[in-house]
Design a protein around this ligand. Structure first.
Ligand SMILES: *Cc1c(COP(=O)(O)O)cnc(C)c1O
Length: 408
């Protein structure tokens, strides 16, 4: 069965423009296939992928072990309802519990859904123990938690809110990494704090040392839940399975994960510890596709491969290599005022004279055959596959140099 269109790439893109809602504005290429950290478009042009979707394809493209898991599960069973158990979902839940702080797991299909479940869990828990005004959730400036109405409201960036009012009530915004501000915002009306251990979309900004522990102790004092959004920074991205593990004493009660959990197959999960597991009783929440056998079969293999010492060591090694490549480039062309992040989650802050140019620079890189991302208008963002090799990093940096040289 050949479903290839007879249209040229330009004609197909015109159809995309005509038939898609205009909310994305994709670049003018049609990606066709990939292998490892290389991608090819429909016209045969090759790209080095330093974005991995957006931190999703963490084991590269067309990984044979992921493909085998998908194919063999597809032959057996690819959907049932959550009225019944399936084996891959039970085993993935067990493996996530063994690998983390969590005691129990809820499966969904995306990061926004995992955060939405976390918000509902925190509110439901508060509803059983405290008066109706004690439902507030603190989130931080520069955060990103998703696009549903509740998660976009949790996202403390006005540009994502505009026009969607009225927004759900009960969210309080605090400057990120401001110890004093969050202390003074806290009181017994707060039922949860939702925070990314490293902010992704907001500019690749890590929590300051001690900030997560500070939140932990505030939550303990006020009987609030500490919720981590590790949708982007989790699943090995920083060289540990989860980014918060760099700060050992700051264990969460609840954690949302998605993106790389299925390495490209859509799946999200909410991980929950202790008494908070009792907050969503029978019938209180659900999802048609959550825990889908295809998604959970693929995620089991993804988790096993990512949670291995050699893979996590590669993240640190290649992360250093990419960072020093960008630093060398910067010594020549002075484009960045700071290069920050951890492992293979790296942000390069543009200097004032290049502010607002992240989109233009990203497109220039694309034209030179390297796919990178931006995080807002002033930060270039690098999130390659965790199993990327030295050749792809080095050649990627070379292509970036050719692309960015004219902008020095
Ligand atoms: C991408 C992202 C989300 C939203 O995930 P979706 O799967 O797009 O719904 C939430 N939080 C963080 C930190 C993210 O990076």
């Amino acid at each position: 069965m050949n479903s290839q269109s007879p249209l040229t790439t330009t004609e197909l893109i015109a159809e995309g423009v005509r038939c898609y809602l205009p909310n994305y504005q994709p670049r003018e290429i049609i990606l066709d296939h990939g292998k490892g950290s290389r991608l090819w478009d429909r016209d045969g042009k090759e790209y080095i992928d330093l974005g991995a979707g957006i931190a999703v394809n963490s084991l590269g493209h067309a990984n044979p072990d992921l493909l085998a898991a998908l194919h063999s599960q597809a032959e057996k069973l690819w959907h049932t309802t959550n009225i019944y158990y399936t084996e891959p979902a039970i085993l993935l839940a067990q493996e996530l519990v063994e690998a983390t702080f969590a005691d129990q797991v809820f499966f969904c299909n995306s990061g926004a859904e995992a955060n939405e479940a976390a918000i509902k869990l925190a509110r439901k828990r508060a509803s059983t123990s405290s008066p109706p005004d004690q439902r507030e959730i603190i989130t931080f400036s520069g955060s990103f938690h998703g696009r549903t109405l509740a998660t976009v409201t949790a996202t403390a960036q006005p540009k994502y809110h505009e026009g969607f009012e009225p927004l759900p009530a009960g969210f309080r915004y605090c400057p990120f990494n401001d110890f004093e501000a969050v202390t003074s915002l806290f009181n017994d009306n707060v039922c949860a704090v939702l925070v990314e251990p490293i902010q992704g979309e907001g500019g690749v900004t890590p929590a300051a040392p001690g900030f997560l522990s500070h939140l932990r102790s505030l939550c303990d004092q006020h009987n609030a839940l500490l919720i981590y959004d590790e949708v982007q920074c989790g699943m090995g991205r920083t060289g540990r399975l989860f980014a918060h593990q760099w700060e050992a004493e700051a264990q969460p009660d609840v954690m949302a994960i998605a993106k790389a959990l299925g390495c490209g197959f859509p799946i999200g999960a909410l991980l929950v510890a202790g008494e908070a597991t009792q907050a969503l009783p029978f019938g209180s929440h659900g999802s048609t596709f959550g825990g889908n056998p295809l998604a959970t079969a693929v995620a089991r293999v993804a988790l096993k491969k990512i949670n291995s010492p050699s893979l996590l060591a590669n993240v640190l090694h290649q992360g250093e290599r990419l960072k020093s490549g960008l630093q060398r480039l910067n010594e020549r062309y002075s484009l960045f005022s700071e290069i920050r992040g951890r492992g293979l989650m790296i942000g390069a802050q543009l200097t004032d004279s290049h502010s607002g140019q992240a989109g233009v620079l990203t497109e220039a890189c694309r034209q030179q055959g390297v796919l990178i991302l931006q995080a807002g208008p002033d930060v270039l963002r690098f999130l390659p596959a965790l199993n990327i090799n030295q050749t792809d990093i080095d050649e990627g940096v070379d292509r970036i140099e050719v692309a960015l040289k004219p902008f020095q």
